[in-house]
Design a protein. Structure first.
Length: 94
């Protein structure tokens, strides 16, 4: 296993950025994907070839669709809770 500049084994991760969705890379295990901060500057793509524009577009469309479905699911669950509460309220009034 490759060690980073900090002397620790590198971590293999997956990029989910808009420009590089689904691409694997190795980096310092102290790399924080939320802040972009790294323990050291060790970074390299695992795949040799960049994805094509078509592949990038398809992956990004699928990720957006996944997010839309998750949002729709959340809205439907909220509506269900509201309907159940209304049913309970109406039952108590009768």
């Amino acid at each position: 296993m490759l060690n980073c500049g900090s002397g620790f084994p590198c971590a293999t991760r997956t990029s989910w950025t808009h420009d590089n969705p689904g691409r694997k890379f190795i980096a310092c295990k102290f790399y924080n994907h939320e802040t972009g901060q790294r323990g050291c500057n060790t970074f390299d793509w695992v795949d040799v070839d960049e994805p094509t524009n078509w592949q990038r577009d398809v992956i990004n469309m699928l990720l957006a669709e996944k997010q839309r479905i998750a949002t729709d699911n959340h809205i439907l669950r909220s509506r269900l809770v509201c309907a159940e509460n209304e049913k309970s309220r109406l039952s108590k009034e009768m």
